[in-house]
Design a protein around this ligand. Structure first.
Ligand SMILES: Nc1ncnc2c1ncn2[C@@H]1O[C@H](COP(=O)(O)OP(=O)(O)OP(=O)(O)O)[C@@H](O)[C@H]1O
Ligand SMILES: O=P(O)(O)OC[C@H]1O[C@H](OP(=O)(O)OP(=O)(O)O)[C@H](O)[C@@H]1O
Ligand SMILES: O=C(O)c1cccnc1
Length: 491
């Protein structure tokens, strides 16, 4: 949402240190050198065995509208330490990078590239903050939603989070991410309008508080609505709320469709069972019981284990805020840069922690499925970009750290996971509808073994490097170590 009249573009939605670097690149005349950056995360969120990719549509919107406005340039002139020539350069900048990405609804895993930007060094740098912000949030929420969906099974899931979302836009994009991962509807009407997500809602305690009486409140609601779900826990669910709901349903007869009741407090296992009995005994076996109140996948699973008679789950805070893990931690790293003679040279970020050493080079990720095993995923296979595992008769897959964990597969198919989205700044990807994305997400989850999907201690899904990429990384690490030694001063 626009903050004020100065908020007329997203080019400055970047960290200042990026502008600092862009200025150095420009002053040194290396700003147009071709670079490749990659985005990846190091651990699946929520100790999950997988994550769900979401955020591409917002990234596409952002990149298509990327330009420095007059007021951006004025602001930088007043507040920055940049030459007028640089400011004019920014003003005339048009996005011209290649972008490759996982598409929304696909599965992604730790330590594989999920998004790549290739183009002039300065442009690749500029977009880091916004891209990470979008992907970090939406992958997190889609993954949380998928975990909740797996606990709820075929029950209906309603997304109720907007009032607890950390920001207005987070509520809307979060509702979309949840829908991709299997939620059935959202309470956010704006999300319904802009994304065509089904919208659903009951009523709040305020209505009952106004009438200070369950019966009066439900009657008023029933006189003004056809579909009625009454919130029955304002005073006493079993003594007043449910009997009042039933009374109104009987009095109104065919004039309304009595959909059910919502409970929002108390012991929801016990209460839902008693509510079910009352509804059944009154002749409303089809009336549904909606539950809400700080729900998440663990509580839903637990309530089901307790035999709770809940048909519809309303989930807000824990979903929309990614409550138990507030950040995905995806990073954006340079993996290759032009050397000044037109050749691409790989780059690496070293770390004393082996898992944090980046993998150099321009890569593709292949999802390997096995036709002998119901076309289920065998793992992901990360290669240099010019490799194609489909040309091989058999595929040797090995763990990139514990190489003695390995397997050879023959009847496999390799699907490239990163797809071309922009070429030279032009969108070359047709954005799918939300319904297609949601469906695609379902199909992808179906192709994953249950062992990777269980929410407690899932098996590690293999994300392996091709032999060539593995060798390349090892040699490159040795090369960089040697360079560092040669540079170093002993003290
Ligand atoms: N049978 C149950 N098993 C496990 N957790 C439950 C069960 N019933 C309710 N809960 C969860 O326990 C937590 C506490 O619920 P409870 O309604 O007692 O407190 P509350 O949220 O403070 O109530 P109120 O909304 O009236 O202030 C909620 O997160 C709810 O989802
Ligand atoms: O608990 P969450 O998972 O975040 O789900 C959303 C919550 O928002 C509403 O409560 P709130 O107290 O804001 O309003 P109400 O008067 O409608 O209960 C609703 O009753 C849920 O409890
Ligand atoms: O429709 C509802 O019942 C609802 C919507 C938002 C938040 N809590 C409940």
């Amino acid at each position: 949402m626009k903050i004020n009249n100065l908020d007329d573009g997203l080019a400055l939605h970047t960290d200042y240190y990026i502008l600092n670097m862009m200025y150095t690149y420009w002053k040194k005349g290396i700003n147009r050198r071709r670079a490749v950056f990659e985005c990846y995360f190091r651990q699946n969120p929520f100790n999950s065995g997988y994550a769900i990719f979401a955020g591409l549509e917002q990234v596409v919107n952002y990149l298509q509208n990327l330009h420095f406005s007059d007021s951006d340039i004025d602001y930088l002139r007043e507040n920055g330490e940049f030459d007028e020539g640089f400011l004019q350069y920014l003003k005339n900048m048009t996005f011209c990078c290649d972008v490759r990405s996982v598409v929304e609804g696909d599965l992604v895993f730790a330590n594989e590239p999920i998004f790549q930007v290739e183009g002039p060094l300065d442009q690749c740098s500029l977009v880091e903050t916004a891209i990470l912000s979008i992907i970090n949030y939406q992958v997190l929420i889609a993954t949380k939603a998928s975990r909740i969906k797996s606990a709820a099974g075929d029950d209906v899931l309603l997304e109720f989070g907007s009032r607890r979302a950390q920001e207005l836009e987070a509520g809307v994009w979060g509702a979309r991410a949840a829908y991709i991962a299997g939620f059935d509807a959202t309470s956010n009407v704006r999300a319904g309008k802009v994304f065509n997500i089904p919208v659903a809602g009951t009523h709040a305690h305020a209505l009952v508080q106004y009438y200070q009486n369950d019966y009066e409140a439900f009657k008023a609601y029933a006189q003004t609505h056809h579909d009625c779900t009454f919130l029955v826990d304002t005073y006493d669910t079993l003594k007043s709320g449910v009997p009042s709901a039933i009374k109104v349903a009987k009095e109104m007869g065919d004039k309304i469709s009595f959909k059910g009741v919502r409970i929002d407090s108390g012991d929801m296992a016990y209460i839902s069972k008693r509510v079910r009995e009352k509804l059944d005994n009154a002749g409303y076996p089809d009336a549904k019981i909606v539950a809400s109140n700080d729900l998440d996948e663990i509580k839903i699973q637990n309530l089901k284990m307790q035999g709770a008679k809940i048909d519809i789950w309303g989930v807000g805070t824990h979903l929309i805020t990614g409550y138990d893990q507030p950040a995905l931690g995806a990073v954006y790293k340079m993996v290759a840069i032009e050397d000044g003679n037109g050749n691409m040279m790989d780059t690496l970020k070293l770390s004393s922690n082996a898992e944090k050493i980046s993998t150099p080079g321009q890569k593709q990720v292949w999802r390997i499925t096995n036709s002998k095993k119901d076309d289920k995923s065998e793992g992901d296979y990360v290669t240099l970009r010019d490799e194609n595992p489909n040309e091989l008769q058999e595929l040797y897959m090995f763990h990139p750290q514990y190489t003695y964990i390995n397997k050879t597969i023959t009847d496999f198919k390799a699907r490239p996971v990163l797809q071309s989205i922009f070429e030279n700044g032009q969108l070359v990807y047709q954005l799918p509808t939300l319904a297609q994305i949601r469906n695609y997400c379902r199909q992808n989850l179906d192709s994953l073994w249950d062992e990777y999907k269980r929410d407690l201690n899932p098996q590690d899904y293999p994300v392996d490097l091709s032999q060539r990429l593995y060798d390349h990384k090892r040699h490159y690490i040795e090369y960089v170590h040697q360079q560092v030694k040669n540079m170093g001063t002993d003290d």
